[in-house]
Design a protein around this ligand. Structure first.
Ligand code: SF4
Ligand code: SF4
Length: 465
């Protein structure tokens, strides 16, 4: 039996000591969920790692088979961990599965076991340590803005790229450099923004880590849309991370710590909804109830909090539009972020919002279910296959002939922008759904300004190419 007090501390020692098999007794991948898989293979064509390597062990079905081996006595081997690690967590298999296999639950439990029970090689362990010392901390990320702007603005970036130095230092550094968005100066969001016109809802808003540090203009656009649509927006400072990166990488205790802090931050705001504009964050925020289920002090608060979470497109669709839209005469390709489409089932709402803009024509991208290769930090940990997935996506995006690529996740924006550049598609503009709606609501001045900049080939972060 699981110790119900674990939620406030570490898993108890006797539960963790389970020699001779891959998983201990603390939330191993559940046998009943594993048994739901009937091995039909419908999920295989939608799995990016299976499509890359054609290896059964790198398919959802193969990984479920390995989980079964783990719960039936096999030890946690290096090769087993390699196949679990290679999973992007894109949840395309969850959408594809006709038997309703909860692969999302299975891989999350498996990853937590791997992090707790497997000793990684020195290089891998160090890289992960460095990533988790920076990425879930908005203040630390913001400190990178100055040096990054200097690097991008002084010609040093062009010099480094021409020298080929990054390629010699290894694909991880080259990937990090290629992903870095061009940065704009945007004032921090106010703590409270009043609704325009009749107030229809009070909305707490997540500023996010990568979104807040590298895409502050997306947050500004989100606040303006919400206010225009009759929402009072509450943005308390010091929110910290929502824990998405941590929970998606098996660092459950760290994620639980971030979740408790965020719940406390918004505890007495009286919000009706909690809105989020980053797909990866939204999917984990909606699972706070499960994450903190073992914590007697937070379990019900976490479930209540999750019930209020809405992706921006989801909320706007739910409320219905009141702010008039101005025409945006352009062709837009919409990219489904995996954690929006597969993990949250949000596909129709962003498309409906975009189609509601007069003059805007929407195009679909081929193979929309396949991940772009971003997947949180997967592209940093696996730079070579991630670039291959990104390039496939970029080719499909370019084939639409659209003027603008729209998506709703900072990771996708960085990954696809880097891939578009590699594919010679630098003239294609990119924007978050929020920025397009904002431009349409603000009217001719904003539309004209954005169209001009988009026309010059704007990249994530807002600077022209
Ligand atoms: S989550 Fe994505 S990468 Fe992982 S098994 Fe499912 S489809 Fe494949
Ligand atoms: S996960 Fe679902 S789709 Fe994939 S093999 Fe199992 S039952 Fe079939």
């Amino acid at each position: 039996m699981v110790d119900a007090t674990w939620g406030t501390g570490e898993p108890p020692e006797d539960v963790l000591r389970m020699a001779g098999q891959a998983f201990d007794e603390f939330h191993p991948p559940r046998a009943d969920l594993i048994a739901d898989c009937v091995h039909c293979g419908f999920c295989l064509p939608t799995c990016p790692t299976y499509s890359l390597w054609g290896n059964e062990a790198d398919s959802p079905r193969g990984r479920i088979y390995l989980m079964n081996e783990g719960i039936t006595g096999e030890p946690m081997s290096e090769s087993m961990v390699e196949h679990f690690d290679a999973c992007l967590g894109c949840m395309s298999c969850v959408t594809a599965c006709p038997s309703g296999v909860k692969y999302d639950r299975l891989i999350e439990d498996t990853r937590a076991q791997v992090e707790r029970r497997f000793t990684r090689g020195r290089g891998d362990a160090l890289l992960r340590k460095a990533i988790f010392a920076v990425f879930p901390y908005p203040r630390r990320l913001r400190l990178l803005r100055g040096p990054l702007r200097a690097y991008q603005g002084t010609g040093l970036q062009k010099l480094v790229k021409r020298s080929g130095l990054l390629d010699r230092l290894g694909p991880t550094l080259a990937t990090l450099e290629s992903l870095a968005p061009r940065l704009r100066k945007v004032p921090p969001p106010p703590r409270r923004v009043l609704a325009r016109g009749t107030r229809r809802a009070v909305v707490g808003m997540l500023t996010g880590c990568v979104q807040g540090a590298f895409f502050p203009e997306v947050n500004s656009a989100t606040v303006r849309i919400l206010a225009a649509e009759g929402c009072e927006v509450l943005i308390p400072p010091g929110q910290g991370c929502c824990g998405a990166l941590s929970v998606h990488n098996g660092r459950r205790e760290e994620a639980a710590h971030f979740a408790r802090r965020l719940i406390d931050t918004f505890a007495r705001t009286g919000m009706d909804y909690f809105v989020v504009n980053a797909a990866g964050c939204g999917s984990s925020l909606k699972e706070y109830g499960e994450l903190l289920a073992d914590d007697p002090d937070y379990a019900s608060r976490a479930a209540d909090f999750s019930a209020k979470v809405r992706d921006l497109a989801e909320l706007l669709d739910e409320l219905g539009p009141v702010a008039p839209r101005h025409p945006l005469p352009m062709t837009v390709a919409y990219h489904d972020a995996c954690h929006l489409a597969h993990a949250q089932g949000i596909r129709t709402q962003p498309r409906a919002l975009l189609k509601g803009i007069p003059g805007l024509s929407l195009r679909e991208i081929a193979d929309p279910e396949l991940c772009c290769g971003s997947a949180g930090i997967w592209n940093i940990l696996n730079p070579v296959p991630a670039a291959e997935l990104g390039d496939r996506k970029a080719r499909n995006v370019l084939a639409t002939g659209a003027d603008l690529l729209v998506t709703a996740n900072p990771g996708c924006m960085m990954q696809v922008a880097a891939s578009l550049q590699r594919q010679g598609g630098t003239a294609m503009a990119m924007a978050h759904t929020a920025q397009v709606l904002d431009a349409s609501i603000r009217g001719p001045v904003a539309v004209g300004d954005l169209l001009t900049r988009w026309g010059r080939g704007i990249h994530p972060g807002g600077a022209a190419a």
